[in-house]
Every structure is written in C-alpha cells, then in structure tokens.
Design a protein around this ligand. Structure first.
Ligand SMILES: [Zn+2]
Length: 357
C-alpha cells in the first residue's frame, strides 16, 4: 500500500503544545497522522504529496468540545464546523456507546466521541423530568451504597467521566454523603466527576465532595464569592463554561464569574452544551465571543479547546500539531491569534488525516 501524503502549505500554524505561531508553515499529513510540521524552509515536501494551498489561513489543532449531546445532531455537521473530538455529557447508554465505538474508526464521518453515559441523580431529580432528555439520560441512585456499583458499571461500559446532576431548581439532588461516595468511587477508578450545578449551596457541596469539574459555569444567576473562586482554583476544579446556553442577565453573570475564575488562574476547558438551545454545531460563535468578553485572549480560547482540553480529558493523540499526533487539523480564514472571530471562519477540516471539509 502506498502512503497517502498531503502537504498543507502557505498558512500560519500554531505548532506544538505551546501553540507556537509559525508563519509560512508546512503541515505534512501521512495517512492518519502528522508526519512533520514546521516552517517551509525546514520541512521537505515529498514529490508524491498532494498539496493544499492554505495561504491566508491559520492552521489549528481540531477543537475539542467537552460538553455536547451529540445525539441531537448529525456528527458530520459538528466535524465540518471544526470540532474533531467531543465529550458527550448525558445520553442513554443504548444509544451513546455504539456511537462512541463507531467514532473510533478513521472513516467515521464525525468527531471522535467520548462519553459519560447517563447522569447520576436521585428519584425525581434532574434530568429525569427534563423535556429534552430521552428516558435513560439520568440514572437514579437511592443511597450511598448504590454509588460504587453504578460507577463500576459506567466505567466498564467505557465512560470517560462520571456526570452528576445538582439542580435543586427542578427537583431533589444527591445529598452530600451520596455525592461523596460517587466521587470516591470514580476516583478509585481514575475517573473524574463533572456536575451540572445550580446554586452556591450545591457548588459548596461539590467542592466539599472533591468534584473535579463544573459541566457549566454555575447555572444560577449568582455571583460566585471571591473565597469560593479561590477554593475552586486551589482544589483544581475545572470549568467548562457553556456560555452559549446562557442569555441576558444570566449570561452576563456567567461571563463575569468566568472572568474572575480565569483571572485567578482557574482551568477553563472549552465546551458548549451542544444540543441545548443556543450553540450551533462546530466551533460556536457565542461561546468564543463570551470567552473573549470574559478576558480570554484568542490564544487562551484556542488553548482551552485543544492543548489544555486534551490534557484534562487524557487524550494523548490529539490537541496539538506535532509530529506523530493524529492529523486533526482545522484551517480558519485570517489570523486566529489576533482575532478570535477568525475561529468560526472554518474553511478546511481534517480528522485522522481524512478531509471532512
Ligand atoms: Zn448538557
């Protein structure tokens, strides 16, 4: 079999884990991986390579969206929008695990899919009565003894993280002991725990339990007190903002909370809650605009969706343009480091070396 070589030329590329800008770069794709990346003066393009002119573009690692409900969209639409990996945070097992499996193949017409499976909750709690959620989107636990077996079952099925629901606005929530048992059981299996979290009381409960991540910025329209922000950062809790689903006053407050969290050095991981109202498939305009409004530079936004996200999700083959990595590459029109709005001008997309746009 002859190797399939593609050389992307003429663009600026954000290279390696530092996202170092290289002008007039070459990204050489060999089958499913990156064979070489660097300045045109240093990367030799073999005669057999098919060349793609990407001048006036920035080449980025494919975006990772750490909060989606992929079942609401054609995976292809998401990929064509520049998102090459997604993490699904709530869907029935029967439907999500086959998608996760299918997405591993190079020929899959969509992003690589990781998933939490169903959210853990209590009887009557979110999302068991949520209009958007098909039956099986939540799994009901009754006592702390249920935590270990529930987490074990999800881990064996292939869950990449455990998702919990802490939304007292629409029903009862996991109590402190049950939440603690879930977190402990997950950590024993080297899985993190993320939570849909409404209200400062639930946020404090989550911090007490050692929960690792907020699946959205705090859902209630409340300013997070300074000492709580400091505690989130100190405990290493990451935030997946999903600003795209907030609107009006709630959005302004969420952006302000994100601004202070980021200023304190908090870990921000790009995610939109695709499937909920607001975000569009692909790199989302409202999400990146909100992150920019919160004081994140274009480079910070890119990092949160690539290098930092890959590290947080434990993905070793994606997240940076580097020799040997999967060729998940996005070309956006213009200079992405100078203008965050360029991030949604997606012109070309490759996933595992296959062109999707
Ligand atoms: Zn969600």
């Amino acid at each position: 079999m002859t190797d399939h070589l593609t050389a992307l030329t003429g663009a600026a590329a954000l290279v390696g884990p530092q996202l170092e800008p290289v002008n007039d770069a070459v990204v050489l794709i060999e089958n499913s991986h990156i064979a070489a990346v660097g300045p045109a003066s240093e990367v030799r393009i073999p005669n057999s390579a098919h060349t793609v002119d990407a001048s006036n573009h920035t080449l980025l690692p494919g975006f990772i969206d750490a909060h989606v409900h992929i079942g609401f969209y054609e995976p292809k639409q998401v990929l064509r929008g520049g998102v090459t990996s997604v993490r699904d945070l709530g869907w029935p097992e029967k439907r999500i695990w086959p998608l996760v499996d299918a997405s591993r193949s190079t020929g899959f017409e969509g992003p690589t899919i990781l998933a939490a499976g169903p959210m853990l909750t209590v009887a009557g709690g979110y999302p068991t009565r949520a209009g958007w959620a098909p039956p099986g989107t939540g799994r009901v636990l009754s006592s702390a003894e249920d935590a270990g077996p529930a987490v074990a079952k999800l881990a064996e099925a292939g869950a990449c993280i455990i998702k919990v629901a802490l939304n007292p606005a629409v029903g009862p929530t996991l109590d402190a002991a049950l939440l603690r048992s879930i977190v402990d059981a997950a950590h024993e299996r080297h899985l993190k725990v993320t939570g849909h979290t409404f209200g400062l009381e639930e946020l404090h409960k989550a911090l007490d339990a050692g929960m690792d991540e907020l699946a959205h910025m705090l859902m209630s329209p409340e300013s997070i007190p300074e000492d709580t922000i400091a505690r989130m950062v100190h405990q290493g809790m990451a935030v997946v903002p999903t600003l795209a689903i907030f609107s009006g006053r709630g959005r302004r407050i969420a952006i302000e909370n994100l601004r202070r969290f980021f200023e304190h050095g908090g870990r921000v991981i790009y995610g939109t809650d695709l499937g909920n109202q607001g975000p569009a498939p692909g790199i989302d305009k409202g999400e990146v605009a909100g992150m920019a409004e919160a004081g994140m530079a274009a480079g910070d936004i890119i990092r949160s969706a690539t290098v930092d996200s890959a590290e947080w999700l434990g993905l070793e083959r994606v997240g940076s343009l580097k020799q040997g990595m999967d060729a998940d590459v996005v070309a956006v029109r213009g200079s992405a480091l100078d203008d965050y709005r360029a991030l949604t001008r997606v012109d070309m997309v490759w996933r595992k070396g296959r062109r999707a746009r």
